[in-house]
Design a protein around this ligand. Sequence first.
Ligand code: GRG
Length: 308
Amino acid sequence: MSSSSEAQVAQRFDLARYLSGEAARVDRALVDAVAEAEALVPAALREAVRHGVLSDGKRLRPVLCATAYRACGGASPAIHDLAAALELIHAYSLMHDDLPCMDDAPLRRGRPTTHRVLGVEATALAGAALIPLATLRAWRGARALGCDEATAGQIVLELCRAAGAGGMVGGQALDLRAEGARLSAAELDQLHALKTGALLTASLRIGALAAGAPAAILAALDAYGRAIGLAFQITDDVLDATASAEELGKHPSDAALDKTTYVALHGLEAAAARAAAEVARARAALVEVGIDDPALHALAEYVVERRR
Ligand code: GRG
């Protein structure tokens, strides 16, 4: 497909409708997951789990997972139970990231952060409870989709690797260490590849693994995920510098925390151009292996066009 006809396909696709339908399916799976957490955790933590998980997020990671699954030939509606595991990890990361010992944020997803409403102790524990819950749900979700034990194990491995010290938590550690320091462009890319890119990429890989995709397709989705991960983070920096707290649903924080950002390093225009180049790279990775799924193409564009 030529690049102009790809753009037309992405434009014709009704992404807003797609996102709201997918998010509603993810939300149903999350309500189910939270009900299980409520059975597992003491009553004091229930509200913190509910507050952190069921608040109004974009659900980008589970949507990527379900979209990759279908793009690779998967057809079961039960994919959202597996995909919800990614949102559970993401929700815990936001709850912990907002704690006073991290960013000390007052606002998230348009309302007070979980620890401001329910306390630091309940939030720290509820976040911790979400990690094994996500792992359990990933295993069970994969098995319910018909994955054999080896594939379900691979899916759990992908989730744990992306969430752990070699992924999101490692990126967070680099991020904390970088406060007040000046990072090079390569260091900034590495930080965000871990902190944000790893879980986004794992979302796609997990969806593809659940559908039984071959290695070449997994590699292409990996490249797509790494590129949209960078585009996502660059856009986050642009929004942090240009959007209001009301639009973002959280307070812009990069300047206050004295962080190196893409905008600080390159300026607004060059940062936006880099994000657009990453989107093009992501879409080219799909085209190279013949994935012409309109939702995946449109999601790559969405990552830089979003306003929150
Ligand atoms: C405290 C034990 C301990 C560990 C810390 C908190 C943490 C580990 C890592 C957090 C890293 C982090 C917050 C990554 C996410 C960055 C990010 C881009 C968040 C925003 O994602 P969106 O825009 O948010 O998808 P919504 O609200 O739409 O889901």
